[in-house]
Design a protein around this ligand. Structure first.
Ligand code: AGP
Length: 609
């Protein structure tokens, strides 16, 4: 998704903006631009394509100045070209704006401005903003802040904005509504960014803007107020992760680094929450709240939804309370049966996914208690939920989620245990066995990574396939869905997932000689059933890659390639089997030479519907 960086200080703004935009590349973008105040005028440079194009243009024609704003754009309204890229300026070139989000009433505002004589030069929704600010600037006798306030109150939609004005060379204005924005604090310099990694090399002290807040930023001062003009005091938040944590650490891609980081990330999620001999702690929820609810609804998108599928099974098995799981984009329009006896769990790595956020807001309006499971401290879901559980996986840069998934699984296992201990529906001895195995999860995951070389070799054999099929039953089916999504996202190979028992109800028609089938059979109790399903595809000539933890129960004729998965308790097998699927999709995409961390058409955080 789009990225914003802003700077006001004593250094070269262009250099800092470019550096920050580079750190935001992972969000996905198709064009980039910066505007710098040179002391007299606003100077602009925009290019379509990679940031490198902008860098080259700036080498040829440098922009000097100590105040500026920059943006990487991911097209929503208007084609991805230089004309539509940000910053956008007012007709007289006095006001420049970068924007993340969507202005829903832009058509209406645009018509109104055109009638007033404004001429538009792009197809974007954003361009109404600089024109409108300029309009109010004139009406308010050159008061920059008043002009911005008047403008943002007229906007409908979501927006994070960084704005500069020709008449105010040392001022930057930042606005947030439904799209994240932070302010970085420095010495004789301050920053604005849509995401912490953008400014982490410059500062670790940040102010998190809340919805409907405006900040006026100079190099020595930041003053925040709400849209009504009431001043706001915000505590400084100290960022605990290092810049290194947001870099590749010698791995070829962020995705591979993040796959290998999982044992550490899982340990981070468990820390302080799971101590054997003590009840499990689940931040953001008290036992009394749990006793008053009669059902749980999980909402999430993509990988987070797949984690939720496992969570449903864990919660139902241990806490014995009914759980439904919905894609957040479906939940919000399905007239859900949510009430004040419902607990809604919203899972979102970024904490900014528009559908998950909207689903959570709907749940709250229906009287439900909400809890957010998220990785991003200060994210919108974390601030709007009644309670928040942070996964503490560290920043996830690769668009394809890996450590976010496993840490979400751990969070859901902790929740299931916490609830089971609170309600007392499962004998404590049973829970203790699960607790002590969950405490070993980092070690279990490390053992799963041992198959990496074998998986890399296997990936060479199958990377030129056009289609692949994933099969599983029970929890293996849920994991298969995540494995298939990973493959699609980064290797662009068509893949589908079927529950083993569904095969003969249609999908088996797709199996022909050499069709690749990835079969997961880690649940002991379903092993026999899976073997029959695997035989059904073997008979039709499929090339079967089998993931299993106890191969003694399977005959050799039921696979072509075997990847062994470490043994663990049936309920925890997703933590052991997902590693192989993540590695397989990574190496398949690598063999094909794709841009693994920035797959086509995808963005890290989907802040629009
Ligand atoms: C994961 O690999 C995907 N990039 C995507 O499905 C992602 O999980 C989804 O967009 C939800 O994001 P969130 O967890 O930040 O809400």
């Amino acid at each position: 998704m789009c990225g914003i960086v802003g700077y006001v200080g004593e250094k070269s703004a262009a250099k800092i903006l470019l550096n920050g935009l580079e750190k935001l590349e992972y969000r996905g973008y198709d064009s980039a631009g910066i505007t710098v105040h040179n002391g007299k005028n606003l100077c602009i440079c925009k290019k379509s394509g990679r940031l490198k194009n902008l860098e080259d243009a700036l080498l040829e024609t440098p922009l000097d100045g100590k105040t500026g704003i920059g943006h990487t754009r991911w097209a929503t309204h208007g084609a991805p070209n230089a004309k539509n890229s940000h910053p956008h300026t007012s007709m007289n070139g006095k006001i420049a704006v970068v924007h993340n989000g969507i202005i829903e009433n832009y058509d209406e505002l645009r018509m109104d401005l055109i009638q007033k004589g404004y001429i538009f030069s792009s197809e974007t929704d954003t361009e109404v903003i600089p024109h409108l600010i300029n309009h109010h600037y004139r009406l308010n006798g050159g008061n920059f802040l008043c002009a911005v306030k008047a403008t943002v109150t007229a906007l409908v939609g979501s927006f994070a904005l960084a704005i500069i004005c020709e008449d105010h060379p040392e001022t930057l204005i930042a606005v947030r509504k439904d799209s994240p924005l932070i302010i970085g604090l420095g010495c004789n310099e301050n920053f604005v960014a849509s995401d912490i990694p953008a400014i982490l090399s410059e500062t670790k002290e940040v102010l998190l803007l809340d919805d409907k807040e405006i900040a006026v930023i100079t190099k020595t001062n930041v003053s925040i107020s709400d849209f009504e003009g009431n001043p706001i005091n915000r505590d400084v938040h100290h960022v605990t992760f290092t810049e290194n944590a947001a870099q590749k650490d010698g791995y070829e891609h962020f995705m591979l680094k993040e796959i290998h980081e999982q044992p550490r990330a899982i340990a981070g999620t468990l820390r302080g929450r799971l101590n054997l001999c003590e009840p499990v702690k689940f931040d953001g929820l008290d036992g009394e709240t749990l006793k008053n609810i009669n059902k749980i609804q999980i909402i999430a998108c993509g990988t987070a939804y797949h984690a939720g599928l496992v969570g449903k099974v864990a919660i139902e098995r241990l806490a014995k309370i009914p759980v439904t799981i919905d894609l957040a984009s479906e939940y919000r329009y399905n007239q859900p049966l949510t009430d004040n006896k419902t607990l809604v769990i919203a899972i979102s790595q970024s904490g900014e996914t528009a559908d998950t956020l909207a689903g959570m807001r709907l749940a709250r309006s229906l009287g439900a208690k909400t809890i957010a499971i998220t990785n991003v401290v200060g994210s919108t879901v974390s601030r709007e939920a009644d309670g928040v559980f942070y996964t503490y996986a560290g920043p996830e840069i690769s668009v394809a989620s890996t450590k976010a998934y496993t840490t979400q699984l751990v969070a859901l296992y902790l929740f299931a245990l916490f609830m089971a201990e609170t309600l007392g529906n499962t004998p404590q001895e049973e829970l203790d066995i699960i607790k002590s195995e969950l405490a070993n999860a980092p070690e279990i995951f490390s053992r799963a990574l041992v198959s990496e070389e074998k998986i890399e070799d296997l990936s060479k054999k199958i990377c030129n396939e056009r289609d692949m099929y994933y099969l599983g039953r029970g929890l293996d089916y849920a994991v298969a869905m995540e494995g298939s999504l990973k493959l699609k996202e980064i290797s662009y190979i068509h893949s589908e997932t079927y529950a083993g028992g569904e095969l003969k109800h249609g999908p088996i028609a797709l199996i022909e000689e050499n069709t690749v089938v990835i079969a997961i059979s880690c649940d002991d109790s379903l092993c026999g059933k899976m073997e029959s399903n695997i035989k059904e595809v073997v008979t039709r000539g499929a090339f079967v890659v089998l993931l299993a933890n106890d191969t003694t129960k399977l005959s050799h004729s039921s696979y072509n390639e075997l990847i062994s998965v470490p043994e663990t308790l049936p309920l925890l097998t997703p933590l052991a089997s997902i590693a192989a699927l993540q590695l397989l999709s990574y190496y398949v995409a690598k063999n094909l030479g794709y841009d693994i961390d920035k797959p086509r058409n995808l963005a890290k955080s989907v802040t629009v519907e």
